[in-house]
Write a protein of this length. Structure first.
Length: 592
């Protein structure tokens, strides 16, 4: 479903705010059939975990319930009425009154239900949403409910960021006309100074389509009739990294000559291409600077927040970053819209993180059970990832800021079995979007000799921790190891290479005159070491530091109240390295 919007033909009510909240409980079966017990209220959008002081809520495994009353406007009679959840992490069930109207698995993509049959304009209804935080080997990302010796259940997973859950994004009630715009696909091309906007519109119901393209001043620059076609924009103003420009496509659905629906979409005209070892945006070599990020703040967890959105982008601009990766899951749609408007380049990543049993084993010293097996990443997990890729590309395909899909973070690509699992996923992504390059972020166990996936992708992204997990405290050896490895990748594949993770945990305020891991100086020196190497490799097209900000993790002996590899603290104060990056990235700009 297209992102809901309010136009002359569409009504939109935001259902964010305080909802009644309760944990699932054996003594309250079918909680959607009545008012939730107790007095707890949860904020939407927000993860529920850190809102309450009760450990039983934070550590709860399974379903929780959100509930509120909703009144349908009288004026919506005759329209289709839809409830849309921007996400429910990780599984959602939506009830209108006693009726189940939607079920969705996958915590970071939207879903909707047509509830016209269940509601009456002018009347109120009870909206109940169940959300489960459970991860299994067949969810993306995977996880496991384990029972400890005391009989207590715990949820384990192979990614380090905390498993925040709940309604972390907005919930909407929408009215949509019978004849309406169901989907739009935009592909842009450039021919000299002329922009070509290929559009294709799907309608619900029988009708005709007419489209108008306006520039930022509101002047019509092109128009057309028909469900698909190409709009020609003379003297096109391109969407450029650091210099966004958005046209607006107005799509009108008509029936019997009358306007039935209007939907508007921002359009950035730009091209993306990988040529040899270069990553080209609008035909010009682009060098990525920036971060792997997280959706993570105190109290809200993964809850979307416009204030943090604005502030994070301000900090990225201040530091000279031109891009970020949505590590390790699709972010709230508002984030991409903001990037579109502000010329920030996005590598859009799936939630396929932790598909690698060796990562946990590497830390425990144990032998890892195989990642690609009936017990772990099996056919059902692959089908879940395929569905997730479909939902991600359907949701984000029209954002000019999105220049590449990252299909997985740190899977076991050193395992030959990874190929059979990922080859169909790569084919699917190429079929769904033939216009954008594909990548994956390769784990440190995968090197040019044992990796089984690199040839399937357009850009090789590496996550490397020389000087941290490998040779901690010894940056001289780290520099040698890094350079040797990067040259091997470059020589073997001749594809663009970039670093999507490098960094060091750093306690803000800790200092030393020596090479001491955890100090601010060490973070600065480690990054400088990497930068010297990057600057010596011609195939190198980008550097994204791990991480933009400190973030919450599950409990672990190598984590001090979370992962501290942020260039900013969790409350967004710069560590010393921020000024070093600011100098380097401001000089680089968009091309090196
Ligand atoms: C990685 C992961 C990232 C972790 C990071 C770390 O390789 O991709 O999610 O947070 O290492 O700091 O350990």
């Amino acid at each position: 479903m297209l992102k809901p919007q309010s136009t002359a033909t569409r009504g939109l009510i935001n259902l964010d705010g305080l909802w009644r909240f309760a944990l699932d409980a054996a003594d309250n079966p079918q909680p959607w059939t009545r008012r939730l017990p107790g007095r707890l209220e949860a904020a939407v959008p927000a993860s529920y975990n850190d809102l309450f002081t009760d450990a039983a809520i934070r550590d709860h495994i399974g379903w929780v319930w959100y509930q509120r009353e909703v009144e349908v406007p009288l004026g919506w009679a005759g329209e289709r009425i839809v409830v849309r959840l921007d996400s429910a992490t990780h599984e959602g069930r939506v009830y209108v009154g006693d009726a189940l109207v939607a079920e969705h698995v996958g915590g970071y993509t939207p879903f909707a239900a047509d509830i016209t049959e269940h509601v009456t304009p002018g009347e109120r209804f009870r909206l109940t949403v169940g959300v489960s935080n459970v991860l299994t080997n067949e969810t993306i990302p995977p996880g496991k409910v384990a029972v400890g010796m005391s009989g207590k259940e715990s949820l384990t997973y192979l990614h380090d960021f905390y498993n925040y859950a709940g309604l972390a994004r907005s919930v909407w009630l929408c009215s949509v006309p019978e004849v309406s715009v169901d989907d739009v696909t935009i592909v842009t091309r450039v021919d000299g100074g002329t922009g070509l906007v290929d559009y294709s519109v799907d309608l619900t119901g029988e009708g005709e389509v007419s489209v108008v393209l306006r520039d930022e001043e509101g002047e019509v620059v092109a128009s057309a009739e028909g469900a698909s076609g190409t709009l020609t924009v003379d003297a096109v103003h391109l969407w450029q990294p650091g210099a966004a420009y958005l046209y607006e496509l107005e799509i009108e659905a008509l029936a019997d000559g009358d306007t039935r629906d209007i939907y508007r979409l921002p359009v950035g005209v730009r091209t993306v291409e990988v040529k040899g070892a270069e990553f080209l945006i609008n035909g010009e070599p682009f060098y990525f600077t920036g971060f792997g990020k997280h959706e993570d703040t105190a109290v809200r967890g993964k809850g979307h927040d416009d204030a943090y959105l604005v502030h994070d982008f301000q900090l990225m601009e201040w530091i000279g970053a031109n891009s970020f990766r949505t590590s390790h899951y699709p972010y709230a749609e508002e984030v991409y819209e903001f990037a579109d408007r502000h010329g920030i380049v996005v590598i859009d990543e799936t939630a396929a993180v932790g598909l690698n049993n060796e990562v946990a084993a590497g830390l425990t010293g144990q032998q890892a059970p195989p990642t690609f097996s009936d017990e772990a990443c099996n056919d059902a997990s692959q089908a879940a990832l395929a569905q997730h890729v479909r939902e991600l590309i359907a949701r984000d395909k029209n954002h000019p800021s999105v220049v590449m899909w990252c299909l997985t973070n740190e899977t076991a690509s050193n395992d030959p079995a990874s190929r059979a699992y990922f080859e169909p996923i790569v084919e699917l992504a190429r079929e769904l979007d033939p216009t954008r390059p594909l990548t994956y972020a390769a784990v440190m166990f995968a090197n040019p000799d044992n990796d089984n996936l690199a040839d399937l992708f357009d850009v090789i992204c590496l996550n490397r921790y020389y000087g941290w997990y490998v040779t901690p405290g010894d940056l001289g050896t780290a520099e040698n190891f890094l350079e040797r490895e990067l040259r091997m990748w470059a020589d073997k594949y001749g594809k663009p290479l970039m670093m999507t993770e490098y960094g060091a945990d750093t306690m803000s305020g800790m200092h030393s005159v020596w090479d001491q891991p955890w100090t601010e100086e060490y973070q600065d020196d480690l990054l400088a070491t990497y930068h010297r190497v990057f600057d010596r490799i011609p195939e190198f097209v980008g550097e994204q530091v791990w991480n933009f900000a400190d973030f919450q993790t599950s409990i672990g002996i190598h984590r001090v109240d979370g992962n501290k590899k942020g260039v900013f603290t969790r409350d967004r104060r710069p560590k010393s390295v921020a000024r070093t990056l600011r100098k380097r990235w401001s000089e680089i700009g968009t091309t090196k």
